[in-house]
Design a protein around this ligand. Structure first.
Ligand code: EPU
Length: 341
């Protein structure tokens, strides 16, 4: 049943890059973990864990054992007057779970609607959008550790969450396989509307106190669809760079030259700069470099027009990083993971 096969990964990465894995297995059930662990122990090639493929840059040839996490399902572990604890299998689609939660009256994830990928991948890069991050709603992460061949339940504060970061993202590739995520969701509806685009959306602006969770989901979906390309239509991996963080002095210097620079205050006198603004100012929006390019509505998103590979993506990414450093003295860190094997 867990017999590795060679596999075309193009349908399994949202950038839509051609990629061929030498050995590939699908994990459908937690019951297969011991067999999978035996396979990994005997493996001579690197191990790559693949979820929804929305935050990876895959090479044309992946000489690795690729484990595609595909276990589905969701169950309530515990319910109280003001919250529920829900366990969701890692291979479950993220957006499908957000819609399910809203329909059940479980709140907190509305602003994260329509993010591509799986539930298991959400904590890896601590997905975030429109004023919230998944870490705020993660109770714990159930993960298999290949080195010690045990299932662990890591509490939220043990996951090393940061901005688009966690211990799972920093760990050695193939060490951890997230099996399920437990969410603590509120049964009392309290919208999070700090993000200006959300406040301005007509559904939100006109609803006042009567604003529902469904309306916030709808507004978030509208905003995303207006700015971000649909991976089913145009290959992309969402934001390709993290928003860089600078100190007060550096912001002050930049503001003197660029009075319109977009910056958000962070704790301890730090500021997060809008990388999309920097890339846009540098004239990259809508530009193409062969088969890849910069999205024409959101400069933070690199897109794949077809026929490209990881090298083309890397060349564009590097060209943007070098240009932004030359112009603004700011280092852009890539968000998606470069997978090697
Ligand atoms: N901007 C421009 N030109 C552009 C793009 C952006 O001037 O081409 C300016 C905007 O006008 C705005 C600012 O930059 O003033 C920020 O842009 P936006 O609101 O689109 O958000 P972002 O900082 O570019 C981040 C996340 C997104 C998330 C949005 C909404 C990161 C790396 N990206 O983007 O997350 O959806 O905020 O919260 O933090 C993702 O991680 O894949 C992702 C899409």
């Amino acid at each position: 049943m867990l017999e590795p096969i060679s596999q075309d990964l193009q349908p399994f990465n949202t950038l839509g890059l051609a990629s061929f894995a030498s050995r590939y297995v699908r994990l459908q059930s937690v019951g297969d973990l011991p067999a999978l662990s035996r396979l990994v122990r005997q493996e001579t090639q690197p191990v790559v864990v693949l979820g929804g493929g929305s935050n990876v840059v895959l090479p044309e040839r992946l000489d690795a054992l690729v484990i595609h996490v595909a276990n589905q399902g969701c169950r309530v572990v515990h319910s109280a007057s003001d919250h529920v604890l829900v366990q969701v299998q890692a291979g479950h689609g993220w957006h499908a779970f957000v819609l399910h939660a809203v329909a059940q009256g479980w709140h907190g994830l509305e602003n994260l609607a329509l993010i591509p990928g799986t539930v298991g991948a959400a904590p890896v890069q601590n997905i975030g959008a429109y004023g919230t991050e998944v870490a705020r709603h993660v109770h714990s992460v159930v993960a298999w550790n290949f080195p010690d061949q045990r299932l662990h339940e890591l509490q939220s504060d043990e996951c090393g969450f940061g901005y688009r970061d966690s211990l799972f993202k920093r760990a050695r590739p193939g060490d951890w396989l997230i099996v399920a995520v437990r969410f603590r969701l509120q049964t009392l509806w309290q919208p999070v509307l700090a993000y200006p685009d959300l406040q301005r959306h007509p559904l939100v602006a006109n609803a006042g106190q009567a604003l529902t969770a469904d309306q916030v989901v709808q507004a978030v979906c509208d905003i995303r669809r207006a700015k971000l390309p649909d991976p089913a239509v145009l290959g992309n991996a969402g934001s390709f760079f993290k928003n860089p963080v600078v100190d007060t002095q550096q912001l002050h210097t930049l503001r003197q030259r660029y009075p319109d620079i977009v910056a958000y205050a962070q704790p301890e006198g730090r500021y997060k700069l809008a990388a999309g603004w920097l890339i846009d100012q540098a004239g990259w929006k809508g530009r193409r470099m062969g088969p890849v390019g910069v999205h024409d509505r959101q400069a933070l998103v690199l897109v794949h027009h077809g026929g490209g590979n990881a090298a083309a993506v890397a060349a564009l990414s590097r060209a943007i990083q070098e240009d932004i450093f030359r112009r603004f003295g700011v280092v852009l860190e890539q968000e998606p993971v470069n997978v090697t094997g």
